[in-house]
Design a protein around this ligand. Sequence first.
Ligand SMILES: [Zn+2]
Ligand SMILES: [Zn+2]
Length: 184
Amino acid sequence: MDPTYLVPVAQLMRDVPSSAKLVFSAPFDADHEFAPRGRAETDVAPDALVDVVLTLQSFSGGLRVTGRVSAPWFGVCRRCSAAVVGLSDVAVDERFVDHPEPGDEEAYLIENDAVDLAPMMHDAILLDLPLAPLCREDCAGLCPYCGVDRNEATCDCAAPHDVRWATLDGLRFADETSGESSEA
Ligand SMILES: [Zn+2]
Ligand SMILES: [Zn+2]
């Protein structure tokens, strides 16, 4: 467990209500605590620095944690396969409790007078990662026939629409003229 994310909260829990502000940067997952993602998925490098700016406010039996976490991500453009990088900057508003009510699966746990902010940060960032990023909004992608990068060059391949209909027309024509002879 990355100790930077482990925050002692005994004082906050004793003085209700009270609050504390936290500002730090720490590696996303330098110890590889979290399950790896699929190779093709947008991801955050384990040693990428996460910026954390949070306020912890105590209430009877728990803490409300609000603020922002942000982390740089990398991925692959869904149209042209170029490398893409970006920044996830996520607002968080979560609860930590020392004795969760049955069925309260939304809350994180306060354990040993401390909160581990790493799972909360990890959840927030992963939910925010783009599933299919683009290198730019108007990326023209690759030609499906010759593979040329249409952002950088043009090609003479027919438009996909035209080719598909030409093929269908040819099939229909063949069916009508050959009739049952094609099955014999
Ligand atoms: Zn692209
Ligand atoms: Zn082409």
